[in-house]
Ligand binder design. Structure first.
Ligand code: FAD
Length: 337
């Protein structure tokens, strides 16, 4: 059996938001880019993200005074000081640029509406007047662990909108996409990566993709927890596995697993964090709102892992039942899910 050999400047393994954005950057700089993806890029798991993306644009009343420094401080605190602080700083500073750039690529961000608007704050309906001069700017919603409203969102389909926009941009820039193609091994000489071996999931044929630079952007690996994950079935961690398999590439921050308090049981499908920002709150089986006791200030929007753990142990062990989420979520009733 003969194996096909192709070469490119940059090989991007993964067609989710991370891979697509990386491919755009490389292609825009004039490099030839080939992208591998198990599924067509637009079906990558990024498509499932609903809630929003943090950027301190400070466009609405509840975001006034926000800036990259506050975003950076929230990020470090929210990670329980586990985050790489240099990366967190770059992230906080670049996020406003990235959000505006996504608007340029075509993401239909939800916008500020001047005048009185009904919002939920700590589960209560309040009316807030947005300024005339902010009308039409990118809107923010409240998300976990943030001092200001900072999450920029496109209705309830932020990931979907962003993924379709970046994929269109990648196509426009001439990125070559091989979907239904799985990277099964990295090609390396122990010191340098030269590309990857890819298997076509339609025919089973293998090919060698030789590249001057290889990027692994294969997303999360929640499926290693079986059904107890919000991740799609393709999120099995094969990208991380081929790196580890080289014996020379270590994996970092493997302890950083995000806990989500509003996943549906037993499917694992996530009720977006945005529903808590938009007024959803958590009740135990006795209809007791336990997060108000556990964290009076941010309540259901606390980011502190220790508080969440303690609160959920309290709700589960003391009251012996699963948690319910109540309230309204962008007009959709999420009661008793
Ligand atoms: C339900 C849900 C809601 C979320 N909501 C939010 C939110 O509101 N805000 C937020 O910021 N984040 C949110 N997240 C997290 C966010 O969606 C992810 O962190 C992000 O989309 C990951 O992007 P990615 O490009 O790294 O990975 P993915 O989108 O998972 O893409 C991985 C890509 O790698 C490819 N791939 C995998 N293995 C291989 C292989 N061996 N060979 C070739 N290709 C491979 C896949 O085909 C896919 O194209 C949410 C996540 C979930 C599950």
């Amino acid at each position: 059996m003969s194996a096909q050999i192709v070469s490119t400047d940059v090989l991007v393994i993964g067609g989710g938001l991370a891979g697509e954005r990386c491919a755009i950057e490389a292609a825009a700089a004039g490099h030839e880019v080939l992208m591998l993806s198990v599924v067509p890029p637009r079906r990558s798991h990024s498509c499932a993200a609903q809630g929003g993306m943090q950027a301190s644009l400070a466009n609405c009343v509840k975001a006034e005074g926000d800036n990259p420094t506050l975003h950076y401080l929230d990020t470090v605190k929210g990670s329980d000081w586990g985050a790489d602080q240099e990366v967190a700083q770059i992230f906080a500073e670049e996020a406003p640029v990235a959000v505006r750039e996504l608007a340029h690529f075509g993401v239909p961000w939800t916008r500020v509406k001047a005048g009185k608007n009904p919002y939920f704050v700590k589960g209560e309906l309040v009316e807030i007047e947005e300024k005339e001069e902010n009308d039409g700017l990118i809107m923010h919603r409240d998300f976990g662990g943030t001092a200001k409203w900072r999450a920029c969102y496109a209705g309830a389909g932020t990931g979907h909108a962003a993924l379709y926009a970046v994929d269109s941009e990648a196509v426009r820039l001439g990125v070559t996409v091989r979907d239904r193609a799985e990277a099964v091994a990295l090609i390396h000489d122990g010191g340098r990566c030269w590309g990857a071996v890819s298997r076509c999931l339609r025919t089973g044929e293998h090919s060698a993709v030789l590249a001057k630079a290889t990027v692994i952007a294969t997303g999360g690996h929640g499926r290693i927890y079986g059904q107890y994950t919000t991740n799609a079935t393709i999120n099995e961690g094969t990208g991380a596995a081929i790196a580890l398999d080289t014996g020379v590439v270590p994996l970092g921050n493997m302890e950083a697993v995000q806990f989500h308090p509003t996943a549906l049981s037993p499917s694992g499908i996530l009720v977006t964090e945005g529903c808590r920002g938009d007024g959803g709150y958590l009740l135990d089986k006795d209809l007791h709102r336990f997060m108000v006791e556990a964290e009076p200030e941010k309540q259901e929007l606390t980011s502190c892992p220790a508080t969440w753990h303690a609160a959920c142990v309290m709700a589960k062990v003391l009251r012996l039942n699963t948690v319910r989420i109540c309230g309204s979520m962008s007009g959709i009733s999420a009661r008793s899910i």
